[in-house]
Design a protein around this ligand. Structure first.
Ligand code: FAD
Length: 495
């Protein structure tokens, strides 16, 4: 049998493409290498506890906002179990011994920070207006006019750190405004204002957590695909993309079975996609060299603390803890130290006042785990176990030094490192967010949804902005290659 479209990978990008294209009448097949679907949107279970792997909160989900509109079009918005984070403080930035709140709503965001930095009120307004300008490039209104995103290249060419420094006078406030940089792999001399603003603006609009795990998004999207006649298979690793000079023809699954398709979309990192692809004159060596040379963001070391029942109050906000350290992560200073982390809590139910799991994320470059590069999950040996244990102690000590002590509440501990992400989601060196977009050379890091092999397309976090919002936007752009931009944008905008 020949599918209209085969999609490699069931991350958010792959499943969204599958849902959109199956809704529009294409016969799609999504192939996932793991037994769990969802990529970074998967949740794993330990006992009664749900541990989310790559999503801790999502923005712009209020009625009329962009993610809500996308999910409404996809047919899943009313199925999701969500908890809105505290409107007065959805994120807390801990910096230089003080706590600063990010409040929801643009005016409230300014008012809240202006209480601690009264002289900066007007500058804060200017900063927030610039965030809004970027956010409006992908507004629901644009969709209704038949436009997915208006052109924002000048924001890709703008340094996030520099724009903040030029807009805001106070040095502490400059750091506070970049305080959630971990969320986008923020690097001072690379991060674009586009990425910074798209993500921050979205959370300022509204910020939500998933109750019962982010896997629910993956399951709902799979239901949509199957209801529309599509196929979604797990334990189906694409080991080769069969192609000649004229196009891609099929994929080989698990080294044995051939699945034919008219077109193929890869939700896998472009570098990995090219490794799977047969040699074809359509794909020039220069393209392969460029893709392979693009640097990726750092990885994340995640600690999951399962909490003793009803002992620790649930915080309906995230904490970004920086101590006296810069909020931007410099590769040279990093290995071996813990200088920054994010803390996020999960409760059992939408109204529970008790924390069930505390997740702590801290950046980690691949060098730190390179010693175990040749190992596989569950078989990395005793030294690796000891390494993770020592790192966990170091992170918990860092947190304790800043007045937060989880030790008395811990029932059990689980950890993941960049190696886990490399092996589960196939990102090079376990990078958390994929290809870095560098404001100094945005064109170089920009990877198109189209490849020179006419019927092979790309989607996912590496192409545009990462995260739930960026990946969704890219899925719409990928699918508009088949459906036409104006048609699809209007359909989403008027859903
Ligand atoms: C620790 C962490 C925390 C994060 N927190 C947030 C957050 O709070 N909010 C937010 O918006 N974003 C967050 N993100 C980012 C967000 O999770 C990702 O940007 C997004 O989910 C990526 O989706 P994707 O579809 O591009 O790729 P992925 O989720 O990486 O999916 C790729 C899929 O392809 C599959 N695959 C790979 N190779 C093959 C093959 N050969 N054959 C078949 N299948 C294959 C993989 O198994 C995987 O399922 C976080 C990321 C990390 C790592």
């Amino acid at each position: 049998m020949e599918y209209d479209i085969i999609i490699i990978g069931s991350g958010l990008g792959g499943l969204e493409c599958g849902a959109i294209l199956s809704k529009e009448g294409f016969n799609v097949c999504v192939l996932e290498k793991n037994s769990n679907f969802g990529g970074c949107f998967q949740t794993y279970q330990r006992g009664n506890h749900l541990l989310d792997t790559g999503i801790h909160y999502v923005g712009s989900l209020d009625d009329g906002q962009i993610m809500n509109q996308y999910f409404k079009y996809l047919g899943i918005m009313d199925k999701l179990r969500l908890r809105k984070l505290d409107t007065e403080a959805f994120d807390q930035i801990h910096y230089h011994g003080k706590v600063y709140n990010y409040a929801m709503g643009h005016e409230q965001f300014v008012d809240t920070l202006a209480r601690q930095f009264p002289a900066e009120r007007e500058n804060l307004k200017r900063y927030v207006n610039q965030l809004k300008e970027v956010g409006n490039l992908i507004s629901v209104e644009n969709l209704r006019q038949g436009v997915i995103a208006t052109e924002g290249m000048r924001y890709f060419c703008t340094s996030a750190a520099r724009l903040i420094e030029e807009t805001i006078g106070n040095r502490d406030l400059q750091e506070v405004l970049a305080g959630s940089a971990l969320l986008y792999g923020g690097i001072r001399n690379m991060s674009t204002f586009y990425g910074h603003a798209m993500i921050n603006n979205s959370y300022i609009e509204s910020a939500y957590r998933f109750v019962d795990g982010t896997i629910q998004v993956s399951h709902e999207l799979i239901k949509v695909i199957r209801a529309n006649g599509g196929t979604v298979l797990n334990n189906a690793e694409v080991t080769r993309i069969v192609a000649d000079d004229t196009g891609a023809k099929a994929v080989i699954v698990n080294g044995t079975e051939q699945f034919d398709a008219k077109r193929i979309i890869s939700n896998v990192h472009p570098q990995r996609t090219l490794e799977l692809l047969d040699k074809s004159r359509a794909i020039k060596n220069a393209y392969i060299t460029r893709i392979n040379s693009l640097p990726n963001t750092y990885g994340i070391f995640s600690i999951y603390l399962v909490v003793k029942p009803k002992t620790l109050k649930y915080n309906n906000f995230n904490v970004y803890l920086h101590g006296n350290n810069s909020v931007w992560y410099d590769r040279q200073n990093y290995p071996g130290h813990t200088t920054n982390c994010m803390i996020s809590m999960q409760a059992h139910t939408a109204d529970s006042e008790w924390a069930d799991v505390v997740t702590i994320l801290t950046p980690m470059y691949f060098e730190e785990v390179a010693e175990w590069a040749d190992t596989k999950p569950e078989h990395r040996g005793e030294r690796y176990r000891l390494f993770k244990e020592a790192k966990t102690r170091q992170v918990l000590d860092f947190i304790r030094q800043h007045g937060i002590d989880f030790e008395p509440y811990i029932e059990s501990v689980y950890t993941t490192s960049p190696l886990s992400y490399r092996d589960y989601t196939a990102t090079p060196e376990g990078s958390a967010y994929g290809i870095i977009k560098d404001y100094k050379c945005p064109q170089v890091g920009f990877v198109s949804t189209r490849t020179k092999l006419g019927n092979l397309y790309l989607t996912g976090q590496n192409l545009n902005v990462h995260g739930a919002l960026g990946v969704t936007l890219t899925a719409i752009i990928t699918c508009s290659e088949f459906l036409g931009q104006e048609y699809l944008a209007k359909k989403v905008g008027n859903a």
